[in-house]
Ligand binder design. Structure first.
Ligand code: WT7
Length: 650
């Protein structure tokens, strides 16, 4: 739990001007309440269907949902071709900005050609609907083109964040048995080219260790940093020599509404990431609906910018499927916010006249640290709506965001959702809701949530409970790839009697009934809006030859929301070399998982606090890490371990 909910604070009502032009209305909630399924059918009809659907929801095999039964559509055609057919081919879909300062504007007509070429190549190498494709790329246009080309052919993409290590890539490639891996030669990191294909080579291995499923590695030239890029003949091909040579015409086929669109791996409470499965019709319906209403998007007028990476679900739903299905014009930026300097985001907002800006609270807090002089040096008056995602936003950051970036008037949508929910679930509706700083306010029209206690009884206002989703929703995950049991166990066993989805978050209502999300209640940390499991980091740490045991917790952090704090016990006879050892351990985590999972702090301790059943009491370690009085220690085998831990920390 990382935020507290005041019992009641005033909200910021929309200005009459904003309300008058807003896509959302109070009536939308009424319509959804009076007939939820009919409401979703209406939203689905915002898309083009080749074959109309019959039943809106088949929940007879719960928790496995089928939405828009019998309907057929092509997701890529909905995101690209239909805008061209409607005469909007010259509209810019993507203003792409590279980290070194290069840029490309891609119209819908051009996007259609590029996606068609990639689809033709994927077909030429024998991929057919249902095959899996791994995408391990920085934020270059070809990453999005690849995702859409997969969608066009019914191939299931699995995007792996390019900041993940070779090991993390390999386990995802193997789990999904991907036939094709798409990557780049390198990627820019704070102005410098860094290798990326090298990680693919390492991940896929050779000879007896080679990833068995992979037939081809398709490489986009991005950094051109290595004239002797290692190459596996027969396996590796350049995008320029293959995709670029294809015909820009491609006849798309329609797929079933439940055809799998993508897998996206996310951390759970165990060390093994889960391949979250999303399908086509329901996912696109909700991604598209939420983009239109939550961001109040006006076609042909707005310029949208979501700062997420395509490696996360936010990048899938609000860089690709949500905006493009609505014919939006969006900005995609390849690099970090301080490259070449801290003005980068604000320069981009000015240059393209960004009207809707969607980022994570961590970045807002980073901007606050850099100081308001930086944004104040720019004309940000184009901005009319701001969004926040990924972690609870503290009221101070909310107010700063609105005042400094939003000119004191822009509504803020604090959007709660998850990889598993596929699209936004709980958020203010701009123009309708008087949003309170720090509250996600209320479920969107068509979405139903509750806050309940251990026994599934609704909590009273002010009381903390578990956030559950008590009705299925169109973009809900359809399972965990290859692990039906884990799907039931993780999400549906906690409130099995009621048949509710357990989100893993704590929440409460304030006296006005506004909903405040308080953070994870399981062993999942949230660092800069990135979800990392304590178990994954622990397993990376014990992978070091010197470590006997490790316990990891997320301690509150003023910038990143939570910071990773580790406690390790060394093996008998291993010498504690101090900073050298700590550096090695941090490196170990970086290599095993990703630099984003590196602990902020590692404490070498003589013992870990355990219950009689051998469970590590993370709650108490968190008290230590956050410098609090210890909570209840009565179930510990040996409460005195804390003296030793504290002594080591001091
Ligand atoms: C977890 C999901 C949503 C896409 C990015 C993260 C936390 C997300 C909020 C918010 C408070 C939030 C929750 C959730 N979270 N948005 N607006 N307020 N907490 O997706 O990696 O699947 O993580 O992020 O704890 O369970 P994810």
């Amino acid at each position: 739990m990382t935020a507290s909910a005041p019992q009641t604070v005033p909200g910021f009502p929309p200005t009459p001007e904003f309300a008058a032009q807003a896509n959302g209305t109070a009536e939308l909630y009424d319509r959804a309440d009076s007939d939820r399924l009919e409401f979703w059918a209406e939203q689905a009809r915002r898309l083009d269907w080749d074959t109309d659907f019959g039943q809106v929801l088949d929940w007879s095999d719960a928790p496995f949902a089928k939405w828009f039964v019998g309907g057929k559509l092509n997701v890529a055609v909905n995101c690209v071709d239909r805008h061209v057919t409607a005469g909007k081919g010259d509209r810019v879909a993507i203003h792409w900005v590279g980290e070194p300062g290069d840029s490309r504007d891609i119209t819908y007509a051009q996007l259609k050609d590029e996606v068609s070429k990639a689809a033709n190549y994927f077909t030429a190498i024998g991929l057919t609907a249902g095959d899996r494709v791994a995408i391990y790329m920085p934020m270059v246009p070809e990453a999005i083109i690849s995702m859409l080309a997969c969608a066009r052919l019914g191939l299931t993409h699995s995007v792996v964040f390019a900041g993940f290590s070779a090991g993390a890539l390999r386990s995802r490639v193997d789990d999904a048995a991907a036939k094709l891996v798409i990557t780049t030669d390198g990627q820019y990191r704070r102005g410098q080219p860094a290798p990326l294909k090298a990680a693919v080579d390492e991940a896929l291995g050779t000879g007896a260790d080679a990833a068995a499923s992979v037939e081809k590695v398709l490489v986009v030239r991005r950094t051109n940093h290595d004239p002797n890029l290692p190459w596996v003949d027969g396996r590796d091909v350049w995008w320029d020599d293959t995709v670029a040579e294809q015909s820009p015409t491609h006849q798309a086929e329609a797929f079933d509404a439940e055809h799998p669109l993508f897998l996206l791996y996310t951390s759970g409470t165990t060390g093994k990431p889960k391949g979250i499965v999303h399908t086509s019709g329901g996912y696109l319906t909700q991604a598209s609906y939420t983009f239109h209403y939550v961001f109040d998007h006006k076609e042909g007028r707005d310029v949208f910018w979501c700062g997420a990476d395509i490696g996360w679900v936010t990048g899938h739903s609000y860089l690709v499927y949500g905006p493009l299905s609505n014919g939006a014009t969006e900005v995609i930026y390849e690099g970090t916010p301080n490259s070449p300097d801290e003005h980068r985001h604000f320069n981009i907002i000015e240059r393209y006249g960004v009207t809707i800006y969607y980022i994570a609270p961590t970045l807002i807090r980073t901007f606050m640290k850099w100081g308001r002089d930086i944004p104040d040096a720019h004309d940000l008056t184009s901005i009319r709506l701001l969004g926040s995602v990924g972690e609870p936003i503290n009221p101070e950051a909310w107010k700063w965001y609105r005042d400094v970036i939003g000119g004191g008037t822009a509504p803020i949508v604090d959007t709660w959702w998850q990889t598993e929910t596929g699209a936004i679930m709980i958020s203010p509706l701009p123009g309708v809701t008087a949003a309170k700083p720090g509250s996600a306010m209320r479920p969107l029209p068509g979405i139903s949530a509750q806050i309940v206690d251990d026994n599934g009884r609704p909590v009273t206002h002010g009381e903390q409970g578990y956030l559950v989703l008590d009705q299925p929703w169109p973009a809900m995950l359809r399972g965990i790839w290859g692990d039906e049991e884990r799907y039931r166990e993780t999400y549906w066993s906690r409130f099995a009697d009621q048949g509710w989805y357990f989100a893993g978050d704590g929440a409460r209502y304030d006296d006005d009934g506004a909903l405040w999300v308080l953070g994870r209640v399981d062993d999942v940390m949230n660092v800069s809006g990135h979800r990392i499991s304590t178990a994954e980091v622990e397993s990376a740490l014990v992978g070091h030859s010197g470590v006997a045991e490790a316990a990891v917790i997320g301690a509150s952090d003023p910038t990143t929301g939570q910071g990773i704090v580790a406690f390790v016990i060394l093996r008998e006879g291993v010498e504690n070399t101090g900073d050298t050892l700590i550096a090695e351990l941090r490196q170990q985590v970086s290599v095993e998982i990703s630099p984003i999972a590196k602990p902020r702090e590692i404490n070498v301790v003589p013992e870990l606090p355990k219950t009689r059943s051998g469970k590590i009491m993370r709650r108490l370690l968190k008290d230590v890490a956050e410098g609090r009085e210890l909570g209840d220690t009565s179930t510990l085998v040996d409460p005195s371990v804390f003296e030793a831990i504290r002594a080591k920390k001091a």
